[in-house]
Design a protein around this ligand. Structure first.
Ligand code: FAD
Ligand code: FES
Length: 340
């Protein structure tokens, strides 16, 4: 396969980018800390300047690139594929350096578990081991769907090559329509990973707070599974907060009680956010946004904890704001993925 040489201006590094690969993914495959967060065009963390060479921009209107970025000639590394050798300007970051270099794999759908009316766990198998850190995600490509979609693993790394993803069906969503309506057991797709920086840091000696909203359950389950099985965390409290819109969304009690280690160790809280969905009164618990429940339960002790959370941007933004502005939690104690 043809490849192009990418030179990083002002730094001693260069790397090869295979035909069709993006500048960001190829840099991470080479073990370089190209800055990023979503790898999906949404966050704008992967901006760079093209000094020489030509690129194809996969998604001109990606929300992560503002009109100001366009004026200043800034582009997104996760959406740009080089057409020839290029020189780019980007500041590498140590914390983006991958522990497991991502690779492109073929994955076969081997099992589907239904969790709620609109959430299922899709289990794929690859020929090689599933090497990732709990909390990371993979990029999946589906036939007929433009652009890769990020999905976080819900299971633990394993030698059997199993990659499980809890996925929420989105109305009119292209990838989720394919997954929920057309993807049968035995279907093969392309999986690229692992990616992501919001993974469990077991060496940190603080109690752990996991927070998931809606589709953000998947990485929270993976981190919870890793945390309860890690002997270094034996004396740590591990809280899991999960919020949905209505009572039918709250699937965590069943998931947790199914696994002895989770059931024994996790301290679980749930909330629903839409009282209209509880007209029959089946929900007797808290009715609020999930970050509000975190504050209600842990209050002034919040700065003593390490936080991992995932979900749609309004949920992650509200949680970050509350932790940092109201409770003065240092940013280094907050690890999150926004699901654009
Ligand atoms: C890091 C990360 C982890 C995620 N983990 C999960 C998870 O575990 N579970 C879960 O349910 N969801 C997760 N998501 C959300 C998921 O990636 C999808 O956005 C969601 O499933 C809706 O996809 P859709 O195609 O059905 O909807 P659509 O509305 O068809 O597409 C929505 C998304 O597709 C992308 N997109 C749209 N057009 C293009 C284009 N032309 N080129 C490239 N990309 C395009 C954008 O990111 C957009 O937000 C995650 C997202 C990110 C960024
Ligand atoms: S990493 Fe490229 S826009 Fe988020």
């Amino acid at each position: 396969m043809a490849s192009h040489k990418i030179l990083l201006e002002g730094q001693e590094f260069e790397y090869q980018c295979e035909e069709g690969d993006t500048l960001l993914r190829a840099a991470l495959r080479a073990g370089l800390g190209f800055p990023y967060e979503c790898n999906s065009g949404g966050c704008g963390s992967c901006k760079f300047e093209l000094l020489d060479g030509e690129i194809d921009n996969l998604w001109e209107d990606a929300p992560g690139r503002s009109a100001r970025d366009v004026r200043k000639g800034k582009m997104l590394g996760c959406q740009c594929v080089p057409k020839n050798d290029c020189t780019i300007k980007v500041r590498l970051e140590h914390h983006s350096t991958p522990e497991h270099k991502p690779s492109r794999l073929e994955a076969e759908l081997v099992q589907i578990n239904t969790l709620t009316d609109d959430m299922q766990e899709f289990c794929f198998r690859t020929e090689h081991a599933a090497n990732f850190l709990p909390g990371q995600f993979a990029l999946l490509d589906f036939p007929g769907v433009t652009g890769s979609r990020g999905y976080s693993m819900s299971n633990l790394p394993n030698a059997e090559g199993l990659w499980n993803f809890i996925i929420k069906n989105m109305p009119e969503g292209k990838a989720t329509s394919y997954l929920f309506d057309d993807c049968a057991i035995g279907t093969k797709i392309h999986l690229d990973g692992p990616y992501g920086l919001a993974f469990l840091k077991p060496e940190i000696s603080r109690d752990i707070v996991l927070i998931g909203g809606g589709s953000g359950l998947s990485p929270i389950m993976s981190i919870a599974r890793a945390a309860v099985n890690d002997s270094r965390l034996g004396d740590r409290k591990i809280y899991m907060f999960y919020g949905g819109r209505g009572p039918d969304d709250i699937c965590t009690p069943a998931l947790v009680s199914n696994e002895e280690a989770l059931d024994k160790r996790l301290i679980c809280f749930n909330a629903i956010s839409d009282p209209e969905m509880n007209k029959e009164g089946v929900w007797g618990g808290d009715c609020c946004f999930i970050h509000e429940l975190v504050a209600k339960q842990l209050g002034e002790s919040l700065p003593e904890h390490e936080f991992y959370f995932c979900g749609p941007p309004p949920m992650t933004d509200a949680t970050t704001r509350m932790l940092m502005m109201e409770y003065k939690v240092p940013f280094e104690q907050i690890h999150y993925d926004r699901f654009y």
